[in-house]
Design a protein around this ligand. Structure first.
Ligand SMILES: Nc1ncnc2c1ncn2[C@@H]1O[C@H](COP(=O)(O)OP(=O)(O)OP(=O)(O)O)[C@@H](O)[C@H]1O
Ligand SMILES: [Mg+2]
Length: 310
């Protein structure tokens, strides 16, 4: 395993920022830590990369139990901090070179890695530019390049897309996926539900320092519902006796509104094929079918009693 924590606790005075957290992150995952402001995401990450000392609990990195310094493991970890940490008076490539050299990369390899990292985040054309002229999104991308040039096994990203435009955000999300495909395990914190849904293999929901739920997107959704909804759009001139569909195994209820049939059924049910067979038999023209499952947003709301951004 890449990261494992057991009963991890961090207190700031009376505030319990991380409250007996148990977590395991395996090689190859993109693990999403989702939580509202103050949930403890940054504190958790800072403990893992040894920037904050824990009060109690166990920490393992790359199967090694950590009791003292993680200096010897730092080359295997890349951190993209929540607050942009780049030097305005160094050019983009000098910034990346500076951070990569901290991990012992030098000479021709350093030049190669700087080039590669800037290319990776789409800043090759700006390698000689000073970041003070960069947009927020470009600075965020440079922040990422600085964290990955040394090819770490574990990349930790703390809200890397905050406050940037959708295009830059997509670019970053794609880079995260690509990094993962190239072999890095990723921890990705965010309060953007859609991002985590889009890229993460597993998600932990953090609230008031506790992991209150964990699983794949589908697993988290099924915590709050055992149903799914199928919306079937039929031709305007079609007449259907919906009673015909009520007896199909797995169907829980059916509603008809204008030309949309809404079929609610058990989550695991495969009733859709039988429903379609009946429609076909009755010569009903089907225009569109949409499956809707409960959103992660509503799962979160149901688990925490509040929205992500209040
Ligand atoms: N250095 C500190 N001193 C005192 N309290 C702190 C410190 N750092 C964090 N906290 C508190 O610990 C809790 C968790 O904060 P943390 O920054 O880890 O949350 P977060 O999930 O990263 O939030 P955000 O989404 O706003 O970045 C909060 O109540 C915060 O006020
Ligand atoms: Mg934070």
């Amino acid at each position: 395993m890449i990261v494992k924590v057991h009963e991890l606790v961090k207190k700031y005075g009376d505030v319990v920022a991380v409250d007996k957290v148990d977590l395991e992150i395996n090689e190859g995952e993109i693990y999403g830590l989702l939580g509202p402001n103050g949930a403890g995401k940054t504190t958790f990450i800072n403990i893992i990369c040894d920037m904050v000392k824990r009060n109690s609990g166990e920490l393992y990195l790359f199967d090694e139990k950590i009791d003292k310094s993680i200096q010897h493991l730092k080359k295997d970890i890349g951190v993209v901090p929540q607050t942009i940490a780049i030097y305005e008076d160094l050019t983009a490539s000098e910034n990346v070179a500076f951070f990569a050299s901290l991990y012992g990369i030098k000479g021709d390899l350093l030049n190669e890695r700087v080039k590669e990292a800037l290319e990776f985040v789409g800043l090759s054309d700006h390698s000689k530019t000073y970041p003070k002229t960069f947009s927020g999104g470009m600075k965020r991308r440079l922040n990422i390049a600085c964290a990955i040039a040394h090819h770490p096994r574990l990349v930790i990203m703390d809200e890397p897309t905050v406050g940037i435009d959708p295009q830059s955000r997509n670019h970053i999300l794609n880079s995260v996926k690509k990094l993962n495909q190239l072999g890095s395990t990723i921890i990705y914190t965010s309060h953007y539900m859609e991002e985590v849904e889009q890229i993460c293999t597993r998600i932990g929901i953090l609230d008031h320092g506790k992991v209150i739920a964990e699983g794949t997107k589908e697993e988290l959704q099924s915590i709050v519902t055992d149903r799914k909804t199928i919306k079937i759009k039929i031709g305007y001139d079609q007449v259907l006796d919906t009673r015909l569909l009520k007896d199909v195994k797995g169907v829980m209820c059916i509603a008809e509104n204008a030309n949309i049939l809404t079929v609610e059924c058990q989550k695991e049910s495969d009733c859709i094929s039988e429903v379609m067979a009946i429609l076909l038999k009755k010569h009903i023209k089907v225009i569109d079918i949409q499956m809707e499952s409960v959103s992660l947003e509503s799962a979160f709301l149901s688990l925490t009693g509040r929205r992500l951004r209040d």
